[in-house]
Design a protein around this ligand. Structure first.
Ligand SMILES: Cc1ncc(COP(=O)(O)O)c(C=O)c1O
Length: 441
């Protein structure tokens, strides 16, 4: 597969050009890779009006993913903002007010998109703990019939690696003629499994992947995918919508990285992914035999429910970090490890040795407090842009939350802007060590 962006940047470097254009480092900066960092000069194409090398590269990505695929150099966050814009425009084009039925474990970028675009959200809590949001097709159908949403928005996989039955959920959405958008930030690699588990292949209408999370792509590189069945109108406008939220200076380093990844994905990635899954499976088996509880879910995440082994996730993380092994995420209940085919066999051996050297203790029986459904009194936009003040958690009962509070990377929101802060939300925040919260004045 050709890599037109990388080829252009390399041939530009070889010319020893006089750079009378941005960026200011002129290709000779202090980090050593600035030569490849360019701006949208003649021949370098434009991300949001792609007609040349970027268009060619995005077409390569589209053929790899089997659907129209667009680059983001601002992560899934930009793709989520764009997906929400499409969902809103689609509702308006049908003469309806946008109302999105969303899994409560939505990432904060979705909440910010709701504030920017001012759409209504109905929350789906799922029938499990609030860290995941296990929504069944039956639950979804019931909610669609009761709430008449214009679209459904779900996170799959979630931060702990849980997977939803997207195929069944998508057929419910199709039956009721509502669009299904999936935050697949953690699952770009799912397309390259022996049998694809990528949301678009399973029937979603729109989906975003943070390429940087699971593929060999620089931080910030992401894809927005649209299904073939989505109204052509939105395909023609997608770049225009992306521009609403984006910088006018997309990073060529990130685009070159997405471009170079195409070649790898087309060539060796599948094989190295299978090999890596074998290492991960074997490590998971060893850990289970050793007494650890491992959550089932997507094949590339190792999520340990640590209290069963007698430790908090934070304690296990400290022990790993003492061995210079750095996890993706940890809190009092879990530790999440995110390997990729770019980890070496030695990495897995070091991880196994370190985890198996930790002595098992008596299980810790405390578990996280239950979060009750929240009462909404303002919409997200009103609350987020209202005059606000920071208060100590202990003084927040009954006040209206005005900011996105997250204890940790899984971005699970105990209370959302516009909702009354309840006793159960306070308990959850205390549990995660949140000391203050912004409330509407
Ligand atoms: C579930 C989920 N969605 C979206 C995002 C945002 O992705 P990005 O950092 O690529 O903008 C994240 C980031 O951690 C995430 O975990």
């Amino acid at each position: 597969m050709k890599t037109p962006i990388v080829s252009f940047l390399k041939s530009y470097q070889e010319k020893s050009p006089v750079r009378m254009h941005m960026p200011g480092h002129k290709g000779a900066g202090i980090l050593g890779f600035e030569e490849m960092d360019l701006t949208e000069i003649h021949g370098a194409d434009e991300l949001f009006a792609a007609e040349g090398i970027i268009k060619e590269s995005e077409q390569n990505a589209s053929s790899l993913f089997g659907c129209p695929t667009y680059y983001s150099t601002q992560g899934s966050t930009l793709c989520i903002q764009t997906m929400c814009t499409i969902l809103c425009q689609d509702a308006k084009s049908k003469g309806k007010n946008p109302k999105i039925l969303a899994g409560r474990n939505a990432h904060r970028s979705f909440i910010h998109a709701a504030a920017l675009l001012d759409f209504d959200i109905e929350w789906l809590y799922g029938n499990s703990d609030y860290l995941s949001c296990k929504v069944s097709a039956k639950d979804l159908e019931k909610e669609i019939i009761e709430n008449h949403p214009t679209a459904v928005y779900l996170t799959n996989p979630d931060y702990l690696g849980n997977l939803l039955d997207i195929k069944s959920l998508a057929s419910v959405c199709k039956k009721h003629n509502v669009l299904l958008a999936i935050d697949n930030a953690h699952g770009a690699y799912l397309r390259f499994l022996e049998s694809s588990l990528h949301p678009i292949d399973l029937g979603a209408d729109l989906c975003c992947d943070s390429a940087h999370k699971t593929l060999p792509v620089l931080t910030g590189g992401a894809y927005l995918h649209l299904s073939d069945s989505l109204n052509k109108e939105w395909k023609s406008q997608v770049k225009h919508f992306m521009e609403y939220f984006s910088s006018t200076s997309p990073s060529y380093l990130i685009m070159a990285s997405l471009d170079a990844a195409n070649e790898v994905l087309d060539d060796t990635f599948r094989k190295s992914l299978f090999e890596c899954i074998r290492y991960v499976d074997s490590l998971k088996n060893t850990l289970v035999q050793h007494g650890y509880t491992i959550l089932s879910g997507e094949p590339m995440k190792i999520t340990i429910s640590t209290k069963d082994y007698g430790y908090t996730g934070n304690e296990i993380a400290d022990l790993l970090m003492d061995c210079d092994i750095y996890p993706e995420f940890y809190d009092s209940d879990y530790i999440v490890l995110m390997p990729s085919p770019y980890n070496t066999k030695e990495d897995f051996i070091r991880l196994e040795i370190c985890l198996c050297e930790i002595e098992r203790k008596k299980a810790i029986l405390t578990s996280f407090p239950k979060l009750e459904c929240a009462q909404k009194v303002m919409n997200v936009r009103q609350a987020l842009f209202a005059p606000s003040m920071k208060v100590d958690i202990s003084k927040s009962l009954g006040q209206i939350c005005s900011s996105v509070i997250v204890s940790c990377p899984p971005a699970i929101l105990p209370v959302i802007p516009g909702e009354i802060i309840s006793e159960s939300a306070i308990e959850v925040m205390k549990y995660y060590g949140i000391e203050s919260v912004r409330v509407v004045k």
